[in-house]
Design a protein around this ligand. Structure first.
Ligand SMILES: [Zn+2]
Length: 382
């Protein structure tokens, strides 16, 4: 007997009663069949439902031939009448994404003639692939048209046209399909072959937000979200923007400019610091002129600046050792010479001072876990 697909009769049905027609052990649980079900099996890009059958968890649902298999956490008695409850928040979210996707695909098809050639519902975003290039300004226009159709709260019709009616239905499809074909129609927006569950009215989608559009194969890939999912992402983005606004003391809708200004200021500051360091480093180098071994500590240098310091010192002395850091977290060390291979000097130093490092004959760089006193004593002895 063919199972009654209650999810097609009423996509909003989330509690139902049915009779158990079969129960066998299966990988990961028990394969339960019913004479009727509101559990949607995976298909058409839409994930399957989960929920409860009596007091047993429905882990996943799959269509197999004429049957729909409910993978359950425990066995159910064949012949028993059970109450099924679909995890409604999950299904509602999946339907918001699915109907939203049809609306976006329909508007793009109507406006640009591009076909939806791929559709994936991710954990966060939905991606749709199209077989043509969209201009950058298109996204805003598509989003606007879709949301206006959502607010018009249009009725959505799902039906199987009779064989003689089907050729007169101009519907979108990925390939030619044999009769019977299930059609989903959103008036003025889209007519498409689809086996998924859909909202009854466009208003239930709530909103659609398009997040990105990038080149993909011979066309573009669009990232979108609909309904509560879109609202959640926008809320999280808003929270982040609030933090940025506080950090920059900028108005909520001027954080972009504030970040740009901060970047420019940072670049100018880096430039200024480098110029100042250059002057200070050559002064330091003068102090060590003529020494065979010069060891110098300087506060809070980046690894790049530390190397610059050692390099400047090496212009006036034989072997330059520059260090930066503190006794608690250790010191960065850079050894440079224009006269000898510094690798053995560096290797011996990091071995004695609990550190590590490496380099080339002219320059050795690493770190040591020792106090300034220990480092000074070590180099005084070599
Ligand atoms: Zn569909």
């Amino acid at each position: 007997m063919e199972v009654r697909k209650l999810f097609y009769e009423d996509s909003q049905l989330h509690t139902f009663t049915a009779t158990v027609t079969g129960c066998t052990t299966a990988k990961g649980g028990y394969a339960v069949t019913l004479d009727a079900t509101a559990f949607y099996p995976e298909g058409g890009g839409q994930a399957c439902d989960t929920g409860m059958l009596a007091d047993v968890r429905v882990l996943s649902v799959k269509e197999q031939g004429q049957n729909i298999i409910h993978l359950c956490s425990a066995p159910l008695e064949v012949g028993a009448e059970v109450t099924g409850t679909v995890d409604w928040d999950r299904r509602f979210d999946l339907m918001q994404q699915h109907t939203g996707e049809h609306m976006v695909s329909g508007v793009i098809y109507q406006t640009y003639g591009f076909h939806n050639v791929g559709f994936h519902m991710g954990a966060e975003l939905v991606t749709i692939d199209f077989d043509g290039f969209l201009p950058p300004e298109a996204l805003e226009r598509i989003e606007d048209a879709v949301n206006r159709a959502i607010w018009q709260d249009l009725p959505i019709r799902c039906w199987y046209p009779e064989p003689e009616e089907l050729p007169r239905v101009p519907y979108r499809r990925k390939k030619d399909l044999p009769w019977p074909v299930r059609i989903v129609q959103i008036p003025g927006i889209d007519t498409c072959a689809c086996c998924g569950t859909q909202m009854k009215r466009t208003g239930q989608v709530g909103l659609v937000k398009l997040f990105s559009c990038v080149k993909f194969h011979q066309g573009v890939r669009i990232e979108m979200a609909a309904g509560k999912r879109a609202l959640d992402i926008l809320c999280r983005t808003y929270q982040q923007n609030k933090l940025v606004s506080q950090a920059f003391s900028a108005k909520l809708f001027e954080t972009g400019q504030a970040a740009q200004r901060m970047n420019e200021t940072l670049s100018a500051e880096k430039f200024r610091v480098t110029a100042l360091e250059k002057r200070i480093f050559s002064q330091i180098a003068k102090d060590y002129a003529g020494r065979s071994l010069a060891v110098h500590f300087e506060d809070s240098l980046t690894p790049g600046s530390l190397r610059e310091l050692a390099d400047t010192m090496a212009e006036t002395c034989e072997t330059a050792v520059a260090l930066s850091g503190n006794d608690v977290s250790g010191y960065g060390i850079c050894i440079i010479s224009r006269h000898c291979d510094v690798r053995p000097i560096g290797a011996a130093a990091v071995a004695a001072l609990r550190g590590r490092g490496g380099g080339k004959p002219a320059a050795f760089q690493g770190s040591v876990c020792a106090t300034r006193e220990e480092i000074d004593a070590y180099f005084a002895a070599v």
